[in-house]
Design a protein around this ligand. Sequence first.
Ligand code: SF4
Length: 151
Amino acid sequence: MPTISKSPWMMHYDGSSCNGCDIEVLACLTPLYDIERFGVINTGDPRQADILLITGGVNYHNESVVKQIYEQMPTPKVVVAVGICACSGGVFKDCYNIKGGVDTTIPVDIYVPGCAARPESIIDGVLQAVELLARKQTEAESATAAEGEAQ
Ligand code: SF4
């Protein structure tokens, strides 16, 4: 269980899923699983999001949307691919309009397999993301401090 000093904001985007994984992500937000107890807050605005959860693969139609969401997020950021479709294209991999998993379009930090991914696995992936985000923030602060000393 990571130690966090801030509450990371998390955004969910549905790429080309069958909605199975989306239902499991929603389950994580219900009182039964209550992912927000770990300090994570759900947002619909990429400009406020530190963590991006993507379900489903990327298709040729939404490829630019996925890129845009990623670019709008502040740095540092962490991307979590939820479900086998997001990890590799899954059952839709050979469809005419599917480009592939999320990492065909933007960098992915954490892969949560499963069809559908279970809420416990999604929560585990988000906690890994929280830990990684904290590490990236520390590295960015150290780099800024080193730059300041060099000047
Ligand atoms: S991994 Fe399974 S449940 Fe999730 S979007 Fe793909 S087909 Fe649907």
